[in-house]
Design a protein around this ligand. Structure first.
Ligand code: SF4
Length: 240
């Protein structure tokens, strides 16, 4: 279980924020390459071994007083306004931990005509009011390679609710082709579709190498392959 700082007391119109950044490109999945503003929320309910944003939740290695802040909705929207984004991506951490507080942000995005994508680990059932305001769900169920126990990382009711939105894509972080059998088991057990495979890696050489090793097997299974454009462009720099 990801660690949640105990000393955060929020105002009614605030969220626990790690970063608001952009304009940049959506780096992964079906919207790869689109101009985007990003809202990265703090905290997570999992603790994946290869997590590339541990500063949002791992208080053994990072200080929440440095990494997180309380930010009012109006401030978040003003920062996104300055980016002139085509889409807004809300990520984490696990953003659905704060989903009810997200509703005013989502309404502000809708008023500005910005489609919103939420990136989630697929363990939390989305609120109906949130579902109504989200254009696309990028759902990333975790595999055994995350080191998280199965019963924490795979939640049938949440996957079913996300699938039922009709606007979910299921993205699996894969290190090697041997992991694809485990992806297939989850896809079959929960009726997940469409499926995206994304190589795990935070440097361009690793990403390219793993992409090449995965490509044919992903095609054979009838799935999609995504890269990580931000890593190809900027490595593992934060806020890009
Ligand atoms: S669910 Fe995502 S943010 Fe949370 S620990 Fe895993 S990779 Fe990191």
């Amino acid at each position: 279980m990801g660690r949640v700082p105990a000393d955060l007391t929020l105002g009614d119109d605030e969220l626990v924020v790690a970063e608001v950044f952009g304009p940049t490109f959506q780096g992964e999945g079906p919207s790869l390459g689109r101009r985007a503003g990003f809202l990265r929320l703090g905290r997570c309910n999992l603790d994946c071994s290869w997590c590339d944003t541990p500063y949002t939740w791992d208080w053994d290695r990072f200080d929440p007083a440095t990494e997180l802040r309380h930010e009012p909705v109006a401030s978040i929207l003003a920062r996104l306004d300055a980016m002139a984004p085509e889409i807004v991506v809300i990520t984490g951490g696990e953003p659905l931990l704060q989903q009810r507080r997200l509703i005013p942000v989502l309404e502000g995005c809708a008023a500005r005509g910005w489609p919103v994508e939420i990136e989630t680990n697929g363990t939390i059932v989305p609120d109906e009011r949130v579902v109504a305001l989200v254009r696309r769900w990028n759902v990333s169920p975790k595999l055994a390679n995350s080191g998280v126990p199965f019963e924490q990382r795979i939640r049938s009711e949440a996957l079913a609710a996300l699938r039922a939105t009709g606007r979910a894509e299921f993205k699996f972080v894969v290190a090697e082709a041997d992991d694809l059998g485990e992806v297939a088991e989850l896809v079959d057990a929960h009726g997940l579709n469409p499926v995206w495979v994304m190589p795990e890696g935070t440097d361009p050489i690793t990403l390219l190498d793993r992409s090449q090793k995965l490509a044919d097997a992903v095609l054979e299974r009838g799935w999609n392959l995504t890269s990580r454009l931000h890593v190809l462009l900027w490595g593992d720099q934060r806020g890009r």
